[in-house]
Design a protein around this ligand. Sequence first.
Ligand SMILES: Nc1nc2c(c(=O)[nH]1)N[C@H]1C(S)=C(S)[C@@H](COP(=O)(O)O)O[C@H]1N2
Ligand SMILES: [Mo]
Length: 339
Amino acid sequence: MPLEALHEEITPPGLHYILTHFDIPYLDQTAWRLRVGGAVQHTLELSLADLLEGPVVTVPVTMECAGNGRSLLMPRPLSQPWRLGAVGTAEWQGVPLGYVLGMAGIDADALEVVFTGADAGIQGGVVQRYGRSLPVSEAMRPDVVLAYRMNGSALPPQHGFPVRLVVPGWYGMASVKWLAAIDVVVSPFEGFQQSVAYRYQEGPEDPGTPVTRIRVRSLMVPPGVPDFFTRRRTVPPGPVLLQGRAWSGGGTVERVEVGIDGQWIPAGLKEAPGPFAWRPWSCEWLAEPGEHVLMCRATDSTGACQPLDQAWNYQGMGNNTVQKVHVMVEEAAGPLSHP
Ligand SMILES: Nc1nc2c(c(=O)[nH]1)N[C@H]1C(S)=C(S)[C@@H](COP(=O)(O)O)O[C@H]1N2
Ligand SMILES: [Mo]
């Protein structure tokens, strides 16, 4: 997502980030079926029409890839080379996952629910379908949804057509696209995307800990205009409205501060469109000629705050280090002041 799209509360589908490990599977919505099985009383095979008959929920969700910010880490972890744009907010509509699991009837000894996508490929030498699991308690949350609509329209192919899982508050990897099967299991799921990828690791031999909820973060719309090659910003002198959005999967965002050349001042915060979506913030800055470094940092209701120094780990996961924007303020109002 280009950072200027932070102007919008709901990201248009064409500006929402995309992450696909393999290829986009092209699925026929009339032939599509969702198989629900494993440790359940009744196995199910549901069509899209069956899901459309169920109860409907709509949840605005800020989704962020766990690898967002990876390319800004040093040494640089090798994977999808995200800078800061792997985030977006959409209104997901569908049937609560808990309703479908209720129809199937989960066995008493169930531990996790495994979600398998229709996409397949090879990662780390392992032939696989994309698969992830959730603990039963998370799967039964009323806001976890089997989504068939995004921002009021059918899902676009790249976002999981015809049906995807959306797990509000968790990094994007949990929200399995092109959903093909749901299996209730009685022992921990050991699939590649669960036990090898998406872990906070100190090095390649460290088994690490699983990546789960989105760490608190804020981003700003970079002010002024970029230099084509260096991407450094040039800003005309005078009042500038700094603005952006802040979110957290661990709690509610309670504070955003803006750092101007190392001095922190509180930003004004407005309401989020929902408990799992970002809050807009803004702050006036009187831009004086010269070089400046602008930053923003958010704190959530658990007290978690964004680090100033990089949160390095082997896979470059969950890097919520504060954004730094280097700007050059012009000596006098030039052509940039008069668009
Ligand atoms: N089936 C399937 N689901 C998937 C993925 C995938 O590659 N295959 N990528 C995951 C990752 S890592 C992220 S960040 C989100 C991205 O969702 P989006 O492309 O709709 O933004 O989808 C998740 N769901
Ligand atoms: Mo991701």
